[in-house]
Design a protein around this ligand. Sequence first.
Ligand code: GYE
Length: 332
Amino acid sequence: MKKLLTLALVLALLASASSAFALTIGFSQIGQESDWRTANTDDIRTKIPLEGWELIYDDAQQKQENQIKALRSFISQGVDYILFTGVVTTGWDEVLKEVNEAEIPLFLLDRIPEPSTLEKIEYVAAYGGDFIEEGRRMAWWTVNYLEKLGRSEEEVNVVILEGTTGSDAATQRTQGIEEVLAKFPNVKIAAKQSGNFSRAEAQPVMESWLKSLDKIDVVLAENDDMGLGAIDVIKAAGKVPGKDIIIVGCDSPKAAFDAIIAGEMNATIECNPLYADAIIPMIKALEAGETFSREIVHPEEGAFDAEGGVPYTEDGSKLTVKAADAIDERKY
Ligand code: GYE
């Protein structure tokens, strides 16, 4: 009898211990628009369940109304945490206040709502790229590469394939690019237009520019998928991408490394999508009673090109790594 009681006690303790960490996490993801997004999604969807936690994933197909529905569904399901990446920066006040009223800890990941929303809501942590700096790095690499080619005095025309309209990733990368290029009067922004972070949607934009603009020297693509879309169109127009037109991207997925090694893309500025290894310890720390600041935590990033050694920051302290030397250790 005594043994049975002991066994029952042990089983009860095990059950309570496992339920203590049997968390349910709601993840409101934008969609599947790019290699970056896929890598970001797969990393979280693979690693969260390995902790014994349940992940409820929602793909909003890049529609804000679907994300609002998903957040409300997480509230009604009573999840323990919400991971949220908003497709655009505005329109979240009401639903994020509902998340707060439900007292569900909220992680802001990747895309961060506008400051006027942040002032009104509570969140446990914010994690994502420094998009203004990534835009600066795209531009610094470009002007340093033009100097390396002996073209620093030439009148150079740049076109910018922007990301999703209204997203901080697009708005802030454009801000960083324009801030740096303004220091170089010979480098002109001839056009900028959204390709919605999509290879397919970037193609008609690039086609129209090839027809309407007399001279395009550089394409600054706010993600590599749009850069690859531009390459598709440049080749179809009988021009040589990477030579006739310099192509600079952002994100650094493997497809960008392949294009650089093939000589069709010139550089990519890294924006690491693998968030799970940062988020999981944060959740465990919160479960243990710790708290985090409201500051956005940015992962360290690099930059890659065909030859390496090109500075991509204002102080010239950071130099690109040769894509062919780095591709084997890439994880996305
Ligand atoms: O650059 C792009 C994705 O928010 C950093 O969104 C992310 C951006 C990334 O669609 O590929």
